[in-house]
Design a protein around this ligand. Sequence first.
Ligand code: TYM
Length: 330
Amino acid sequence: MKDIVVSGIRSTGNLHLGNYFGAVANFIKMQHQHPCFFFVADYHSLTTHPNPVDLLANERQVIIEYLACGLDPEICTLYLQSDIPQTAELYLFLNMLAYLGELERVTTFKDKARKHPDNINAGLLTYPTLMAADVLIHKGAKVPVGKDQEQHLEMMRTFGNRFNRLYNVDYFPEPQAFNFGTELVKVPGLDGSGKMGKSEGEGNALFLCDDDKTIRKKIMRAVTDSGPTQLNQPKPDAIKNIFALMNLVSAKDTVNYFDEQYNNMTIRYGDLKKQLAEDMVLFINPLAQKISDLKQNDDYVTKVIAMGKEKAAASANKTITEVRKIIGFK
Ligand code: TYM
């Protein structure tokens, strides 16, 4: 039997290039090769207490963006996490097996707790348990994600294995992070530091729904430095980031051309950014168009969500019935 694929994206706003290359690009390929479940993680978004109007709009926006990127709801299962309450029940069971110490040691928890000391809620602490429930509810074995999710995947394996051991069953598979290019991806932001992210501040992320003007403006403002001062000098992080983004959307020859210019110190960052901006527009513009078209088609989006709910519920029901039985509930 083919491995089951499960993955999701939080419904906290529009998808950016990091979500695309870290996750969705693999979803698109995998849907033709495996049974796939791709969801909108709307339960997870509750850790930051969105208002009901935003919650609904963001859920639909992610479904629309999945569709615009090329996910086919007839081939894979596209659904809202909150449409499958079986996940919440499995989350409860797994929480009985999750220890405070190991949850407190999770890097993303520590980061969020540091950034938002006034909102360290239990949902944030047990974020990895809910992720494990998302995947194990379909007995998922492959999980296409970006590099920042590696530790969460390890927790999924820990909880699944602990369940198997406690009840002396060989029930849950060991979910593995997956990327076609082997190494998990980390897409950098435009602000010279770390990764592209929704919460990293204005101008750091390029969104799939950005218009051409916004894309050009963000890229022209991207952080650089005053240029190389020696031949073949190693690139500082901000410049490495620009080249990394170029590698994602530009032709190999283009990247090589600017790389050579950097190495022989003739590079002009204005030209580099202009080229990146044009290649980025060519990449994002068709997606932005499709997103805008799908926004006009409310009925279709509603139909897709209903269809996904039905398919995901059938799989989730089977698992939760078996899990209840293993635990001893009759
Ligand atoms: P979220 O919304 O933060 O990210 C969704 C996906 O996008 C990837 N990603 C990136 N990849 C590369 N470079 C970046 N700069 C970048 N930014 C984001 C993330 O690695 C992720 O794959 N907790 C998950 C959502 C989730 C989930 C799950 C995923 C909930 N349950 C079960 C897999 C399985 C998250 O942080 O989403």
